[in-house]
Design a protein. Structure first.
Length: 234
C-alpha cells in the first residue's frame, strides 16, 4: 500500500519505498517550497503525477556523479572550444524548464513536468534554490538543464537539447560552476546511458543518504550565480 499524503503529512521512511515500483514512496502532499526542500534533503524527489497528485520517489540504488569524475570527451571538448554555443546561468529558467517539458523522451508518454511542477520550480528559482544553465546559438535558446543546489549537493532535474551537444555543453559548464562552489555530489536520480557516459554511477541509497546528511547540513539559501559562464580554456 502506497501512503497517500495530506498537505501537512510528513514523508514516510525512505526504506519503505517500493523497489518493484522504481522506488515509489508516497502519493500526494503538495509542491510547496518547504516540502520540496525537505524532500530533497531526505533523498526524495517528485516524478510525475496521478490524478493531479505528485508521486514521490527514493530509488535504490541512486545514480550520482562526482564532479571530479566527469568525463569530458574529445568531441565535446572540441565543441566547447569552437565557441558555437554561448552559455549562461539563470538567465532564462522558465525557458529551460519549458524546453525540458516539451522534449519527447524514449519510453515516456508525455512529460512529468506539469504546469504545477513548473510553477513550483520557478518559485524555488525565485527563492535562490533552483538554477538553470542555458546554451544559446545565434541568440536562440537551444539547450540547457536545471536543478537545485542545497548546501554542497546539486540535484539535477532535467535537460534538453535542440542541437547536438547543447545539453552536454550546459553540463560541462555546470561542472565548472559546481566545482568552484566546492559541491561534492550531483544527484542524477536514476541510471541512464547518457548520464553514465558523462561519468555517472550508481551507489547504494544508504550511502547516498549518508552523504546528503553531511553535504546539506548548511541550510542557508545559496548566493546568486553569475549570469555569464566562465570563459576559460577547455
Amino acid at each position: 500500500m502506497i501512503p497517500c499524503l495530506a498537505p501537512l503529512d510528513p514523508f514516510p521512511p525512505v526504506a519503505s519505498a517500493r523497489a518493484d515500483m522504481g522506488g515509489l514512496l508516497a502519493v500526494g502532499g503538495d509542491l510547496s517550497a518547504a516540502r520540496l526542500l525537505d524532500a530533497y534533503r531526505r533523498g526524495i524527489f517528485p516524478w510525475g503525477t496521478i490524478e493531479g497528485q505528485p508521486l514521490w520517489y527514493s530509488p535504490d540504488p541512486r545514480m550520482v556523479l562526482l564532479p571530479e569524475e566527469f568525463r569530458l570527451s574529445r568531441s565535446l571538448r572540441r565543441t566547447l572550444r569552437s565557441g558555437v554555443f554561448a552559455v549562461r546561468f539563470d538567465s532564462d529558467f522558465a525557458g529551460v524548464i519549458a524546453g525540458c517539458a516539451a522534449t519527447p523522451r524514449p519510453g515516456q508518454d508525455g512529460t512529468w513536468i506539469t504546469p504545477d511542477m513548473m510553477a513550483a520550480y520557478r518559485r524555488l528559482h525565485q527563492l535562490g534554490w533552483a538554477h538553470s544553465v542555458e546554451t544559446y546559438a545565434d541568440g536562440k535558446l537551444v539547450g540547457g538543464l536545471y536543478g537545485l543546489l542545497i548546501g554542497r549537493a546539486f540535484y539535477g532535474e532535467s535537460m534538453f537539447a535542440r542541437r547536438r551537444d547543447a545539453s552536454k555543453a550546459a553540463f560541462a559548464h555546470l561542472i565548472r560552476q559546481l566545482s568552484s562552489l566546492d559541491v561534492a555530489l550531483i544527484d542524477c536520480q536514476v541510471r541512464t546511458p547518457h548520464l553514465a557516459s558523462l561519468g555517472g554511477r550508481e551507489i547504494p541509497r544508504a550511502d547516498f543518504l549518508a552523504r546528503l546528511r553531511t553535504l546539506t547540513a548548511d541550510a542557508a539559501a545559496p548566493a546568486p550565480w553569475p549570469t555569464s559562464a566562465a570563459n576559460r580554456e577547455w
